[in-house]
Ligand binder design. Sequence first.
Ligand code: UDP
Length: 317
Amino acid sequence: MRVLVTGGTGYIGSTAVEILLGQGFEISILDDCSMGHADTVPAGVRFIQGSLLNAAEVADALAGCDAVMHFAGKSLVGESVEKPDLYHSVNVDGTRILLDEMRKQSITKIVFSSSAATYGEPKVVPILETAETNPTNPYGATKLAIDHMITKEASEHGISAASLRYFNVAGALKADRGWLAERHNPETHLIPNVLCSTQANPVKIFGTDWPTADGTCIRDYVHVIDLIDAHIKALNSLGAAGHEIYNLGSGSGYSVREVVKAASDAIGHQIPFVDSPRRAGDPAVLIADISKAKRMLAWEPTRDMTTMVADTLNSMA
Ligand code: UDP
């Protein structure tokens, strides 16, 4: 089976490419490399450096493929608050073009990278897939709009789709050619920022007055290898027309201070930090209920916070 991996040079997409290749899938990649890195593309992979917004490039990338894993898109909450139109264009308009071109080529299977940001501030935690969706930022709103678009595409045109709502992805995979790790500039994610923290430039803790036990935000972290394992299980589950949504996390929460402590324990000394104001668009607590993915995909995350921190640390060495 040949899979088009959109966003296949980014952190999560390149990890998917590596694991899919290891399992015998053939791969095509479409990526504009605005966030990713062409040097992650392995030998033997068809790589189209192009944009989701360019229908001809999307059509070219889809040629000969049987299914799509759709990772490409803008993914930073803070940036989305500043540039909502850009997020709508790349994420929503780009996916519309992808679905249209898939239909023209009779490609009916897609696994989409959705997000816990679709839920917004949850009323009940852990969050089920049936929870209300009220995104608190434009990034989450674009992911929700795409989920709705895919549901419509499934009912009107018979595609078979899975949206995977990621909570917080962390850790890294070591390939023969090196670590496939987060390489964002500037880096905005908590774990790499904590591991880069210095006395001169300490990591900022965004908000210490949240309604949580220690006043900092709580998130649910899942290792990128476990995440991709779920993608492959979701891909293998596709066939019948329809659209399933699955939450992917670990099912338990870590506060920002607990992440700093776990990383300090891994490093062997207290990581410096500075208490700072809240970041726009952040909900207080996001923890996944992952029972649907466990039940329907026979998926179980196996890598804990210590492994996520250790792998991230090694990937940065
Ligand atoms: N965070 C923080 N300092 C940072 C980066 C993130 O305190 O340098 C907090 C952020 O406010 C959120 C949590 O850490 O509560 C996880 O943020 P991240 O950007 O890693 O992922 P997100 O939850 O936005 O997808």
